[in-house]
Design a protein around this ligand. Structure first.
Ligand code: PLP
Length: 361
């Protein structure tokens, strides 16, 4: 018996979600966000799957942009935080990577670097998230300075929503109004929508939408399942039971004796733990499925193993398959139980988990 711990990646589902993004934002260019190894799905696999369906790609690092160019991707690339230094600016310009310009220090580097013609720049405006971007009142001046640089083409103004995923979202409307006004005032296109904006606010689509999580089958909207938004499951994390033990009432299971049997119990031991990227802080309410039947964890997650309560699944045997997230248990349910988000679960699966690509797009 091999360990049987597998992350299955589904190109057809990635493609279906890209089509869904297009369908929801028919008037905009669609750039697929493939940063962080395409949210853990594999950068080159995701890029080749999305390529016929999207207009470009977004990445966080020049290394990611370079990996796409090395893989033969010729479509537009957008560096979401811009360049980190002059060498990166030169590398981005050489590879025709579009830049996000968010700070004065970047503008100063643009002004003092000899660049080839046709460097495309999105001016990032801070409309209230207060993470990256020029304050609205400084944008006019920044655009004037950019206009004085003959090698630079301003592609548009960009902003990012702070709260578009929340059920109670009082912020997005104000953010959108600011970016729309700024863009209109300078006769420029705008880009504001992440997955949540794309799904929820058609007014936010502008010239360019930037879907990430929805392409990977995570729900971008609190209170809405991915299925209800027409999204498909792109990855399934599974492992096997390597032991099934009887535990008498009153006995405990695992480190810290954190789980105690309240009845005569059967406990399945699964060959997967936080060393594989499963969250160590997953509480006892976290769902799993054994042979397609849902149950919950029993006790603390170990590095290489975790325990599940199979008392009510009497047919459970060593060798049986356990789904940690995927079809029966959604990644969003696991994330909610663990007080985190699907994004983080996707990014945490460690390299020792065997990746299997299921079918083709
Ligand atoms: C990651 C990212 C996105 C995608 O966000 P999702 O919530 O995953 O859709 C969009 N825009 C920017 C600037 C990003 O960094």
């Amino acid at each position: 018996m091999t360990r049987g711990t597998v992350l299955e990646i589904r190109p057809a589902a990635l493609a279906a979600n890209a089509r869904r993004a297009r369908e929801l934002a028919p008037g905009a260019s669609v750039y697929a966000m493939v940063k962080a190894n395409a949210y853990g799905h594999g950068l080159t696999l995701a890029a080749s799957t999305f390529s016929p369906l999207v207009d470009g790609f977004g990445v966080a690092l020049m290394e990611e942009a370079q990996a796409l160019r090395d893989a033969g991707v010729t479509q537009p690339l957008l560096l979401l935080e811009g360049f980190f230094d002059r060498d990166e600016l030169l590398a981005a310009a050489a590879q025709s990577v579009q830049l996000v310009l968010h700070s004065d220090w970047q503008l100063a580097l643009l002004e003092t670097t000899r660049l080839p013609a046709g460097v495309r720049v999105w001016l990032k405006v801070d409309c209230g998230m207060h993470r990256l971007g020029f304050p609205v009142v400084q944008c006019g001046n920044a655009l004037k300075r950019l206009a004085a640089l003959p090698q630079v083409q301003v592609a548009g103004v960009m902003s990012h929503f702070a709260c578009a995923d929340l059920q109670q979202d009082v912020m997005s409307a104000r953010q959108l109004e600011q970016v729309q006004q700024l863009a209109a005032g300078h006769g420029l296109p705008f880009s504001a929508a992440n997955s949540a904006g794309l799904c929820r606010y058609p007014d936010s689509h502008g010239a360019l939408v930037r879907p990430g999580i929805m392409l990977y089958g995570g729900s971008p909207l609190a209170g809405h399942t991915a299925v209800s938004l027409g999204l498909s499951v792109t990855q399934r994390l599974s492992a096997r039971l390597i032991a099934v033990n009887d535990v008498p009432a009153g006995e405990s299971v695992g480190y810290g004796a954190a789980w105690t049997a309240t009845r005569p119990s059967r406990i399945g031991v699964v060959a997967l733990g936080y060393g594989d990227g499963y969250p160590r802080h997953a509480p006892g309410t976290t769902p799993v499925a054994v042979n397609g039947v849902r149950t919950v964890l029993a006790g603390r997650v170990s590095m290489d193993m975790l325990a599940v309560d199979v008392t009510d699944i009497p047919q459970a045997r060593p060798g049986d398959e356990v789904e940690l997230w995927g079809d029966t248990v959604s990644v969003d349910e696991v994330a909610a139980a663990c007080g985190t988000i699907s994004y983080a679960l996707f990014c945490q699966v460690t390299p020792r988990v065997r990746r299997v690509i299921a079918g083709s797009a």
